[in-house]
Design a protein around this ligand. Structure first.
Ligand code: NAD
Length: 416
């Protein structure tokens, strides 16, 4: 199985650098750079206008050495097998860095959910699940929400799977509604992980999170939760941008008022108690911490030279271009990489799966305490490797991940 797409190639580039430093033997190298399984399915759906449409869906299980595949399902017109495979590989490394017993998977359907009715989306979801049903399950592959999918889509997946196996099976999917076996703390989990990673990075660099000045790109799930929790930890959030514009207040934004404004206007732009600012102005602010929490490829060689933050904490997946990352590293700006910084989400998905299989649910405090422990453990493992090999945190995170998956691959041996 050979993959030649640009997104998978980008993943391979990051992998190769870390694997070389680990002196990874060529056999394991080959195994870890090939997806275990790629599934392509056609999903016919009777649309509301009476016509039948056929949608293409993918599920990729990149590596299941550490446990069941784990990763979201996205609904988007631009979904490709190349992208889904790369995302499944990144999930493999993210789960390994987080030190949770999951492999990496990802799914996607080529569709435009903004042009589909709720009934059409439900029909598409159920047919997709029916098409991949033999490949998923609590011990095999556990999907989750991703771009344009949410807890309702997860509920449909759980119900369809349960109907097929003949009993209620909550652990087949995470990110479910609370009443269906979702976990307390899941909604805040990625933001909480970003807050913990920021706090640990600040401590390492010798400044206190209390009083630190922070700018955040994106005010969706990750951006808004990170902002709230960082503020609760004592930081001052001075700037936030979103799809339509941005806001800046040198003495700190009133997040409660801003959230209420966003609820009414669907954007932070125009919030009265602040000045307007653009993404480029946000990146150039003299702050302690910059949190890109919106989209991929936002920090480029166009704007990286103007960045003055001491540390960048990647809430989003892939927000920094490789050349910009190199530039920041050379200037001594620390970048806490996505596979570490935003792993709080998948770690809490793991907690949801554990609670479902246990049939016993934890309090929100228990979830948060366990996340705190896992995030600190992951951060310290990456920092230790970075120090030992004198490399940046992204390379170190890959090294930790690859080393863990390679070690288990060696012990399990070759079945042939
Ligand atoms: P979301 O859709 O809830 O929020 C995205 C935010 O980005 C919105 O506020 C949107 O207005 C803003 N945005 C869009 N275009 C922008 C632009 N050009 N400039 C500035 N802001 C812009 O998404 P999310 O769940 O918060 O995810 C954000 C990122 O974090 C994605 O890369 C996602 O893959 C990653 N991530 C999310 C989770 C999670 O648990 N939700 C976990 C891990 C990683």
């Amino acid at each position: 199985m050979t993959i030649h797409g640009p997104v998978f190639s980008a993943m391979l580039q990051e992998f190769d650098g870390a694997a070389r430093l680990l002196n990874l033997e060529s056999g394991i190298w080959k195994i870890l750079t090939h997806p275990k399984r790629q599934i392509t399915v056609s999903c016919p759906v009777l649309m509301d206008n009476g016509e039948i449409e056929v949608f293409t869906g993918y599920r990729v299980q990149y590596n299941i050495t550490l446990g069941p595949a784990k990763g979201g399902i996205r609904y988007h017109p631009d979904v490709t097998l190349d992208e889904v495979t790369a995302l499944a590989a990144w999930m493999t490394w993210k789960c390994a860095v987080a030190h949770i017993p999951f492999g990496g998977g990802k799914g996607g359907i080529i569709c435009d959910p903004t042009r589909m009715s709720r009934r059409e989306l439900e029909a598409l979801t159920r047919r997709y699940v029916a098409e991949i049903i033999d490949a998923i399950g609590p011990e095999k592959d556990v999907p989750a929400p991703d771009v344009n999918t949410n807890d309702q889509v997860m509920a449909w997946i759980m119900d369809t799977y349960s109907m097929h196996v003949g009993h209620t099976e909550t652990a087949v999917v995470t990110g479910k509604p609370l009443e269906l076996g979702g976990s307390l703390g899941r909604k805040e989990a990625t933001g909480r992980g970003v807050m913990i990673a920021t706090r640990e990075a600040a401590t390492h660099l010798g400044f206190d999170i209390k009083g630190a000045r922070i700018a955040i790109q994106g005010f969706g799930n990750v951006g808004s939760m990170s902002a709230r929790l960082l503020q609760e930890a004592g930081a001052t959030i001075v700037a936030i941008t979103d799809w339509k514009g941005g806001v800046y207040n040198a003495s700190g934004l009133d997040l409660a008022a801003l959230s209420e404004y966003v609820r009414q206007h669907n954007t932070v732009a125009g919030f009265p108690q602040a000045e307007a600012l653009t993404n480029d102005q946000l990146f150039a602010l003299e702050v302690d911490v910059l949190v890109p929490a919106a989209l991929e490829n936002q920090i480029t060689m166009e704007n990286a030279p103007s960045i003055r933050a001491k540390v960048i904490v990647e809430g989003a997946n892939g927000p920094t271009r490789p050349d910009a990352h190199m530039h920041l590293h050379e200037r001594g700006i620390m970048v806490v990489p996505d596979i570490l910084a935003n792993s709080g989400g998948v770690t809490t998905s793991y907690f949801e799966w554990v609670q479902n299989r246990y049939g016993y649910f934890w309090t929100e405090q228990e979830v948060n305490d366990r996340l705190e422990h896992k995030m600190c453990e992951a951060f310290n493992a990456v920092l230790k490797t970075a120090t030992k090999f004198n490399v940046d945190l992204r390379t170190a995170a890959y090294m930790v991940a690859i080393d863990r998956v390679a070690a288990v691959t060696r012990v399990r041996g070759m079945y042939a």
